[in-house]
Design a protein around this ligand. Structure first.
Ligand code: CMP
Length: 140
């Protein structure tokens, strides 16, 4: 089933020059990028994006990090793309991530883990709408 997911190249990934590397992995996997832009989130925007985590002990640190510099937000489209993106990213904690995944290859820290991807269709819908309106996504 064709679906969409939100991908973020986090501020650590952008600062370290990993935009091209991450995009190449998506394209090589046959995933279509149907929207893309750079954003430098405010703290409030980061808090809204990660609202589901607001009770977690890492919330303050996470939202400070996510608003610390520019990030790249993308809408990815393809068959089963939510799960496929999560496979390409690897586990949240890079120490648990499989060989050849983005986080295993590049992450340095459980928080500074280079990329974010939606975890389910409902979160994908919320996360895509958080950054993009319908006119910013190609192919309607
Ligand atoms: P992400 O997939 O963007 O979802 C929540 C983020 O919180 C996660 O990636 C990490 O960047 C960050 N984080 C920091 N500490 C933890 C933790 N202990 N468990 C899960 N996520 C964490």
């Amino acid at each position: 089933m064709t679906e969409r997911t939100l991908s973020i190249i986090k501020p650590d990934g952008v600062a370290r020059g990993l935009i091209g590397e991450v995009v190449k992995r998506f394209e090589s996997a046959g995933i279509r990028i149907v929207a893309m832009k750079m954003v430098h989130m405010t703290r409030t925007q980061a808090e809204g994006f990660y609202a589901v985590h607001r009770e977690r002990p890492f919330f303050d640190s996470l939202t400070t990090f996510m608003s610390s510099g520019p990030a790249v937000v993308m809408v990815l489209e393809g068959d089963n793309v939510i799960a496929r993106n999560r496979e390409l990213m690897g586990a949240t904690n890079f120490k648990d991530a499989a060989e050849g995944t983005i986080r295993r290859d590049f992450a340095t820290d459980i928080e500074k883990n280079v990329v974010h991807g939606s975890d389910a269709p409902e979160t994908a819908a919320f996360e895509i709408a958080y950054f993009f309106n319908q006119f910013e996504i190609v192919g309607g």
